[in-house]
Ligand binder design. Structure first.
Ligand code: SF4
Length: 271
């Protein structure tokens, strides 16, 4: 099982595809992070630790301390996802995924509200460090910026990136951004959600349903007081998993379009 920690729910971006920045954000204190990180690092049921969930770690005021904690103890893979606009240090983790939702200045700035030129220059300034890791660029091809040659545009933009580059046609933030008429975005059967097989942690230690549970509607305990095993077997998680298994998607899941097959929707255009 993967554990996904939201060390912060604050974000410097203003993405049209994600509402987290419209909500009040919180930071996990470094001491709390240390306790949670150690618990997950030493629990045999956790295979990998994923940072961050929603929000961006580079806005955390105590991030230098967080990098120290992470780099001091890494017995299993640690994967960081960031928009990299505020990246000021490349931590020695297993993998860094850069979320870059656009293929030129207009599409990127429209989607994220972040400055294109500065962000591209910042990412390029870390190429030497990123080449030492397993680095990837991920671009979401969502409705308002979709063009038929989006894969070539993204590949051209990141022709010199020291890692893999992918385009995803999965829209997954309950914002109804599927592309009408584009074959890769047509609705099809929903499947049991893989988020129910993850331990998704908020800054206060709450174990929430998934990355799209922006208001913490589904809670499977608190990692500070609940064992990893206890959260995995939490009655509410078990009940929801059983419902998904028979094709029932209640509550928050009713309007979600995340849990659809990925076949043909995730395309590596480079690497
Ligand atoms: S299907 Fe349900 S559990 Fe899965 S991402 Fe959507 S809201 Fe979350």
């Amino acid at each position: 099982m993967d554990a996904k920690i939201s060390v912060t729910t604050r974000c410097n971006a203003r993405c049209k595809t994600c509402p987290v920045w419209t909500l009040q954000g919180d930071d996990m204190p470094a001491g709390v992070f240390k306790e949670i990180y150690k618990k997950l690092m030493t629990d045999p049921r956790i295979d990998r630790i994923l940072l961050n969930n929603t929000g961006d770690m580079y806005v955390h005021p105590d991030r230098a301390r967080l990098w120290e904690i992470i780099e001091a103890t890494m017995y299993k893979p640690v994967i960081l996802t960031t928009n990299a606009a505020e990246m000021d240090y490349c931590p020695k983790v297993t993998k860094i995924i850069i979320s870059f939702n656009g293929y030129d200045k207009a599409s990127y700035e429209y989607t994220t509200g972040l400055p294109f030129d500065e962000t591209v220059a910042n990412i390029r300034s870390f190429y030497d460090d990123l080449s030492e890791l397993n680095a990837e660029i991920h671009t979401l091809a969502w409705g308002d910026i979709y063009v038929p040659n989006i894969e070539e545009r993204v590949r051209d933009l990141w022709g010199d990136f020291p890692g893999r580059v992918r385009v995803s046609y999965k829209t997954d933030n309950q914002q109804e951004h599927d592309i009408p008429g584009a074959p890769v975005h047509q609705a099809e059967a929903r499947i049991p959600c893989d988020y129910l097989d993850k331990v998704n942690i908020w800054p206060d230690g709450s174990i929430i349903q998934c990355a799209h549970d922006f208001r913490g509607e589904g809670r499977f305990g608190n990692i500070l007081t609940t064992s990893v095993f206890g959260s995995i077997l939490h009655p509410d998680r078990m009940k929801l998993k059983a419902q998904h298994a028979v094709g029932a998607f209640p509550g928050l899941c009713a309007t979600c379009n995340y849990n659809t097959p990925t076949d043909g929707r995730i395309v590596y255009v480079r690497g």
